[in-house]
Design a protein around this ligand. Sequence first.
Ligand code: NDP
Length: 326
Amino acid sequence: MEFFNFGCCNVTTLMICSGVAVLGLAAFRYFAIIGRSCNSKRRLDGKVAIVTGANTGIGKETALDLARRGARVILACRDEKKGKAAVSYVKEGSGSENVVIKKLDLASLASIRTFSSEILDEEDRIDILINNAGVMFTPYCLTEDGFEMQFGTNHLGHFLLTNLLLDKIKESAPSRIVTVSSLGHYFGSLDFNDMMWSKHYGSQKSYFRSKLANVMFARELGKRLEGTGVTTYSLHPGSINTELGRHLVAGWKAIFKPILYPISWLLAKTPTQGAQTTLHCAVSEEAEGITGKYWSNCSIAKPNKLALIDEDCKKLWEYSEQQVNL
Ligand code: NDP
């Protein structure tokens, strides 16, 4: 009998503890991981938005939200097949027919130039440009033009794209340019003598550098556009369950697979949740008129202090201009 009571007590205690633990984890997930959402109800009828890397992940959900608000949305994707599937997804989810795919490979300056000249010919305006596409932790490889892949795609590709579209973005002001960076930028640094890692390549160091460059680019661009009505933003979207980890070494994936699901349930956002800070910067009234800042969790945040050195932001701009022949 004593044993039975003891057992009952144990079972009850266990159930209460499990309940408290599950509630605690859910609360942690809700407040610490998911965070704020873009709660702006702003409509975008008659506006044009471009989202790079919109065939999957954060970009696809960003495109869906913009289409729901009535914008004409251009999904700028390197893979036309995946891009077409995303167009169907966005059309279905938004009920809008004003959604198109355009081929853009950010690892090719020729592709960026072709994309931009077609957009300038075909579109009357560009109200929102979202520089979202990115690659992470790739093995050492080069873009078509010989740039290290992560720096070339994540930074230089978007740098050229933005500059080629800039006049039309200015004509459409008030307009916004949003560049998706990462928390990883805090670990980044620049070395103007070897920006492309010709020596001692590290896939993580290179990703972090490219994301630091995203923050510095948005800051310098914001300065250069002061008084034009075009505002710029860089941001960390959170940790999101997407395809971004595709270049992680297969061995690591195999080792972590059994624990990845519970970890990602607890620590990662869904792509829809991950799109919120991008959307907040792109459409919200709260972000209106604020330029050059770094955002996280739908709020202004403090970036890596290296990103606040104006001289280096300018130097990075000039270096990038030379690389892409602007
Ligand atoms: P995904 O890998 O799911 O999506 C990345 C997108 O970028 C894909 O559409 C991909 O196209 C596209 N892309 C890659 N290379 C090129 C290229 N050369 N030209 C055109 N498009 C290209 O990742 P996320 O949605 O997670 O990432 C979006 C952004 O968010 C990235 O900039 C990333 O650095 C940033 N970020 C993501 C975090 C996360 O936890 N997921 C955390 C912090 C930042 P394709 O499918 O053809 O490869």
